[in-house]
Each structure stands twice: as C-alpha cells, then as structure tokens.
Design a protein around this ligand. Structure first.
Ligand code: ATP
Length: 362
C-alpha cells in the first residue's frame, strides 16, 4: 500500500525558490518510482518578501499547515533589506523552530571523496560527524525581547531547561546508536559546553551525564566549546556525534560548513517530537539571487535527510535507501566535478546541476 506524506514547502526568499523547485521536482521523480510512498506538496507563504508585501512574516495559517504536515521543507528566508521595526532581520525559520519545539538541530559534517575542503587530510582520516545544536533555548531564548537600557547596557538571557536538555541528549544518543549500526560512527557522543565558567553549562553537562548513564553502550566525552573549535580544524575525524547549546551550535555549524567546502554543500534538519524542518545551512544569498547560479546541493542533501527521517520513522526501507541514493548521487557529482555550479568550480546553472542529479538517480 502506498503511504502519502504531506510535505509543507516554504520556497523562501532570495535563491530559495531557485533551489527549492528542482528539489521538489527530484522528490516527485523519486516518489513516482516508488510503490510504498508518495508526496502531497503544499507550498506555504512566509518570509521577508511576504512581510514586505503583507506585513506578516509567518501567517498563522502557514504555521498551522506546517504543524499538520508530516515534514517541512524550507529553503532560506530573510533579506538584509527587509527588517522588523527594531532593525532585526525577518527569520520565520527561528519562529517555526520555537513554535513547533524543534529542539534538535542536526548538522552533518561529512567530507565525501573529492569534496573541496580547506583541511589537509591524509588517507584514513574520514570526516563524518554530526553536530546537534539545541535550537529552541540557550542564548537565543531572549531573542526579540530587546533589553537595551538607556543606551548604556544591553542584556540577553541564556536558558537551559532539564526537559529540553533531556530530549536533546536522548536524541543524540539515539543518533549515535543508529550511526553505529549503519557502520558510520564509533558510537560516541561529545557534550560541548563551557561548564568551567558558567553554572548554566555545568547544569547542561550534569543532565548530559545523567542521560549518558542510561546508554552504557555509547562512549561519552566532554569538550569545552573553544577547544572544540580548535579540534574541528586540527582533528575533525575524532568526532562522531557532538551535542551543544544553541549559540555555540550556531557558530560551530558554520565552522563545520567551512570544513565541507562552504555553505553550498551543508544540509540540516531541525527535529522535534512531532515535526521536522529540513533546510540548507546557508541563507537566502541575495548577492546571487536571480542569476540561476545557486548551488542546489545543500537543499537536495536536506531533502535526502528528510527521506532518511521519514523512512526511519515509518519503517519504509525503500524511502531510506532512496535517501542514501540521493546523497550518493550528489557526492558522485562533487567527486567527478561534473555538472556543478560555479561555487564548486563548475559552470552548470542551478537547474542543470539538479537535472544531472536526476539523471544519475533515475
Ligand atoms: P544567514 O545569516 O541568513 O544565514 P548568511 O549571512 O550566512 O545568511 P548566506 O545567504 O548564506 O549568508 O550567504 C553567504 C555567502 O555564501 C554569500 O556570498 C552567498 O552567495 C554564498 N552562498 C550561500 N548559499 C549559496 C548557494 N546555495 N550557492 C552558492 N553560493 C551560496
């Protein structure tokens, strides 16, 4: 029997629609060949351009349709030229994370053969780890409250809760288990914090240790965030799964994207108990929007993560292997430098790069 999945789609701003349309086309082509699943896509309005025109960045109807969907695909939202009255950028993706309580921001850092990287790696040092960024609290908790007093002092509040931290760490351990089963990791979780300076991080670490006790089959480590930044550059192959607070994860995930040769190849997922958003790590890249040169691979790799996640959640082996095939098709294109966009040294347009993935896959 065929299961139809409801997929909410946010085309977004800047290069968003340019990378989303070929990704949805790829997913349609994949599902057309499947006997076990199908997709019903529902494109929803939100973002900076929508705000400029209608005065709201994330209509309630869009949020509720996203909540009711099986998974959410999001390209990139926000434009430097469109801002709220307080000067901050439109970022419905952050509102969605909070509203749907998508606490686990999953940022894979993987270097496929031939993938450009600023690292000088030797044989036998494969870089394949996952950074999990808590995405609903931490230092982003007070975002939007704007506590600036008399133009002389400004405050932000860091929030760590037991409930979210326990969910986050359980997610990290489950991921380490499934990576170990798939032969992709040693089965280790590193808690990244600053427990030597801040009580909030000592609390974060204490909860990590409590959750770790329930997973004796997984190795655990602690690392300070500053040392982690150093080791991600010096010896990134030592990591399997790392888990951290929102702001630290924000910064380290861009470092991870840098290791992967840039933002154009870095996918992500934001996962909660009921919902999940799949989107590239990069922003709306207004500097190249409309030129047809945006790299669609981070968006396509995010769609592959969606296939993994839905396939695992619903026990659909065919969908999980389609996720792997989609990722491998992108990795082969990168390795062969065939039909890749200018940021990867090629001359292909966005649609040509995506069409070449479809040819490899179908
Ligand atoms: P945000 O703060 O919204 O995450 P950002 O400041 O990180 O955005 P991006 O929009 O991600 O900025 O763009 C950073 C740089 O990377 C820009 O020069 C942009 O052109 C480039 N870039 C981002 N995404 C892509 C892509 N898919 N293909 C090619 N270049 C990209």
């Amino acid at each position: 029997m065929t299961k139809t999945f409801k997929i909410a789609v946010f085309d977004g701003d800047g290069i968003g629609p340019e990378i989303m349309h070929p990704t949805v086309a790829l997913l349609k082509a994949i599902s057309a060949k499947s006997k076990s699943f199908d997709f019903a896509f529902n494109t929803l309005p939100a973002g900076a351009a929508h705000y400029a025109e209608h005065g709201e960045s994330l209509p309630e109807t869009s949020l509720e349709a996203a909540r009711a969907s099986d998974a959410i695909l999001l390209s990139a939202m926000g434009l430097p030229s469109v801002r709220y009255p307080d000067g901050t950028e439109i970022s419905p993706q952050i509102e969605i994370r909070k509203a749907l309580h998508l606490y686990a921001g999953v940022r894979p850092v993987r270097l496929a053969p031939g993938q450009p990287t600023p690292l000088a790696l030797s044989e036998g040092q494969p870089v394949d780890f996952v950074l999990i960024r808590e995405s609903t609290e931490g230092l982003f908790h007070s975002q939007g409250t704007r506590d600036v007093r008399n133009d002389t002092e400004a405050y932000e509040t860091l929030k760590i809760t037991r409930d979210t931290s326990e969910k986050l760490f359980n997610f990290a351990f489950k991921l380490a288990q499934s990576r170990k089963r798939a032969g992709r990791g040693a089965g280790a979780v590193t808690c990244v914090d600053k427990a030597n300076v801040f009580a909030a991080f000592a609390f974060f670490r204490k909860i990590f240790d409590e959750v770790a006790m329930k997973h004796p089959e997984i190795q655990t480590n602690h690392a300070y965030v500053d040392a982690t930044a150093l080791w991600m550059v010096e010896k990134p192959w030592v990591f399997d799964v790392m888990v951290t607070e929102n702001m630290f994860g924000d910064i380290l995930s861009d470092l991870g994207a840098g290791l992967m040769g840039g933002l154009g190849l870095a996918p992500s997922a934001d996962i909660g108990d009921e919902n999940a958003v799949f989107q590239p790590c990069h922003g709306s890249a207004p500097d190249i929007a409309g030129q047809g040169v945006a790299n669609p691979f981070a968006m396509i790799l995010s769609a592959a993560m969606m296939l993994d996640w839905l396939g695992e959640a619903f026990g659909l082996d065919e969908m999980m292997s389609d996720g792997i095939r989609l990722r491998e098709a992108v990795e082969a294109a990168i390795d062969e430098r065939q039909d890749v966009t200018p940021d990867l040294g090629g001359t292909a347009s966005t649609s040509e790069a995506a069409a070449a993935i479809a040819r490899r896959l179908l």
